[in-house]
Design a protein around this ligand. Structure first.
Ligand SMILES: NC(=O)C1=CN([C@@H]2O[C@H](COP(=O)(O)OP(=O)(O)OC[C@H]3O[C@@H](n4cnc5c(N)ncnc54)[C@H](O)[C@@H]3O)[C@@H](O)[C@H]2O)C=CC1
Ligand SMILES: O=C(O)C(=O)[C@H](O)COP(=O)(O)O
Length: 373
């Protein structure tokens, strides 16, 4: 069993060699020749899995991506070739939700917003949208969910129309990139919708760059129109529309999902899927692989209360302003974009940290946010 896996998967070296002979590849240099003899190909979102890459691969039995998004894989081509494929649905939902929470707390401080009187429109109520809604519940922040495919499938949660979600004070996008069919998302947020949003509104894109028309967003901002923008994902990564960066409140290099837990879940889900396909015992190695966070226990400053205390603790674990600063100072071209993602610092999820808040209401809120209390 020849397994070829991308070099950006934490813990892959500890797991996949148990299942076969392994080779590691770099997405910038991989060629069709490299895949020719592979039985299994395991990627992340930076490898385009298509005919150009796979046409010489005559033995492929399985292709999988250790990511939530699958738009980098040509699923029609895999189906035509009869190659089964898999993904790591939900692996980094908590990471993205924590990114959005960090963003909201930064923006609330900067804009003097009382978040308890602001509404959040969540577009896409799958793994990320649902994880985010739980955290907003914990903070007592109102939200609306918009997800026509889930609504049509009978999901019992209350859903709103896209226009109602776009009317919220804060709008956050968590849909897959879909280019065809009844619910396409490519340029879902087009020039017209951007122009309809006011300067007090905040639009967060942490799903796929192509869901928002970046050129239209730039034109809007250059005219002084449109919402405040927070962008983790960009059209045409890594060669993005650079002038747009200066018009954003916070800008990052597609790292919302890059917690150690999120990436490690991606690797272990693929390991489990492959073990199952090979009829091997399916163990869950995640908890044994993850190191203890440093510091594991966080202290709460006694002078801080309520949202101030929550903000301090969230930002002690993950402060998106650090990633924004690094992006603005270190990322100026496509190569920088790739490099910064590949060398992203280790970021842990709230659950890796234990807090003794004392105060019951605060403990409940922190627990609801995902901290170990
Ligand atoms: N920035 C990052 O690092 C990350 C980005 N992502 C992106 O976020 C996307 C969402 O992630 P998950 O929640 O895990 O995926 P998911 O598949 O669990 O949820 C996506 C939801 O969007 C809904 N949806 C589809 N078309 C829609 C439309 N036109 N309008 C409203 N809702 C629509 C689907 O019904 C589904 O419930 C992924 O496909 C991926 O592209 C995911 C993880 C990390
Ligand atoms: O899971 C997804 O979908 C994502 O967008 C990942 O966070 C992408 O991470 P990389 O595969 O590009 O490291």
């Amino acid at each position: 069993m020849r397994i070829l896996y991308e070099d950006t998967m934490p813990f892959a070296d500890a797991l996949f060699p148990k299942l076969g002979d392994c080779q590691v590849f770099n997405h910038q240099t991989i060629t069709a020749q490299d895949v020719a003899d592979a039985d299994v190909l395991l990627v992340r979102s930076t490898t385009r899995v298509n005919e150009a890459l796979l046409h010489q691969a005559k033995h492929l039995q399985y292709v999988a991506t250790a990511t939530a998004g699958t738009n980098h894989m040509d699923i029609n081509y895999l189906q035509e070739r009869g190659i089964p494929w898999g993904s790591a649905a939900g692996c980094n939902a908590v990471a993205v939700a924590e990114y959005v929470i960090s963003v909201l707390l930064v923006m609330a401080q900067r804009q003097q917003w009382d978040l308890s009187s602001r509404s959040v429109g969540i577009i896409g109520a799958g793994h990320v949208g649902t994880a985010l809604s739980s955290k907003l519940d914990a903070l007592g922040i109102q939200y609306r969910l918009c997800d026509p495919p889930l609504q049509a499938a009978g999901d019992p949660r209350p859903f709103c129309h896209l226009d109602a979600a776009l009317d919220c004070d804060i709008v956050t996008l968590h849909v897959p990139l879909v280019t065809a069919g009844p619910h396409p998302t490519e340029h879902l947020i087009d020039g017209q919708r951007l122009r309809a949003m006011g300067p007090e509104q905040l639009l967060i894109n942490a799903c796929r760059g192509e869901v928002m028309d970046n050129a239209a967003a730039l034109a809007c901002k250059q005219r002084g129109d449109g919402p405040l923008l927070v962008m983790d994902v960009w059209e045409n990564e890594p060669d993005i529309l650079w002038p747009l960066v200066q018009h954003t409140e916070l800008a990052t290099a597609h790292i919302a999902g890059h917690t150690l837990e999120g990436k490690a879940r991606g690797t272990t889900l693929l390991y489990q899927q492959l073990a199952q396909r090979l009829g091997r015992p399916v163990e869950d190695p995640l908890s044994t692989l993850l190191p203890v966070a440093q510091p594991q226990k966080l202290e709460l400053e006694s002078a801080l209360q309520g949202m101030q205390a929550i903000t301090a603790l969230v930002h002690a674990v993950y402060d998106v302003r650090q990633d924004d600063r690094a992006f603005r100072t270190q990322v100026q071209c496509a190569e920088d974009f790739i490099y910064s993602r590949k060398h992203y610092a280790i970021r842990r999820e709230f659950s890796a940290h234990r807090i003794n808040a004392g105060n019951c209401a605060l403990t409940q809120a922190l627990y609801g946010l995902g901290f170990a209390c």
